[in-house]
Design a binder for this molecule. Sequence first.
Ligand SMILES: [Zn+2]
Ligand SMILES: [Zn+2]
Length: 201
Amino acid sequence: MPATCVAYNCRIRQKKGTGISFHRFPFDRPELLKEWLKNIKRTNWQPSPTSLICSAHFTPDCFEGRDPRYRPKLTKLRFNAVPTIFDFSDHIQKSLFAARMPSCAAIGCKNRKEKKVDQNARYPEKPARSIHRFPVSDPPLLRKWLQAMKRDFIPNRQSFLCSDHFTEADLDNTDEIVRLREGAVPSVFDFPPYLANCSVA
Ligand SMILES: [Zn+2]
Ligand SMILES: [Zn+2]
């Protein structure tokens, strides 16, 4: 049996050559374990010593630098690493019985696509926030976005960032809809403290 990741909605299995690593729970550190379980959000569930979580749930800064003496794909979690990246989208939808719009891909941002007009917004006559798709057809720019948002994931055509993560100078408001200026890179994020001082290579 290949190892399976315990995270909700994660279908990643242990396979050679995928670059995904699997990690055991920090049973020797109860405080850290509590953090992990809080984020994993599985009800009525306790990890066992054989439970594994895959590296897709950790931001890149959670890993030790790869040591050339070891096998090339071996990754080791840093001492205080906590998994933060989970996909609870259909879980939330089911529990609320509501068709929710997808949310912004920025860590910690709860904004969803919205149609409401807000008089206090930056551009009162337009929706309070605009959403901006990832520049998937421009890999160097995409890399800048991912570095800026400190999240190593593969955006799909549905993935977006809300306009809260861009400065006024990044946004072109002259048109009916708010657009990003060419080459704009998001720079406004509200990172949790453990991410505030680290950067993604
Ligand atoms: Zn996983
Ligand atoms: Zn956002």
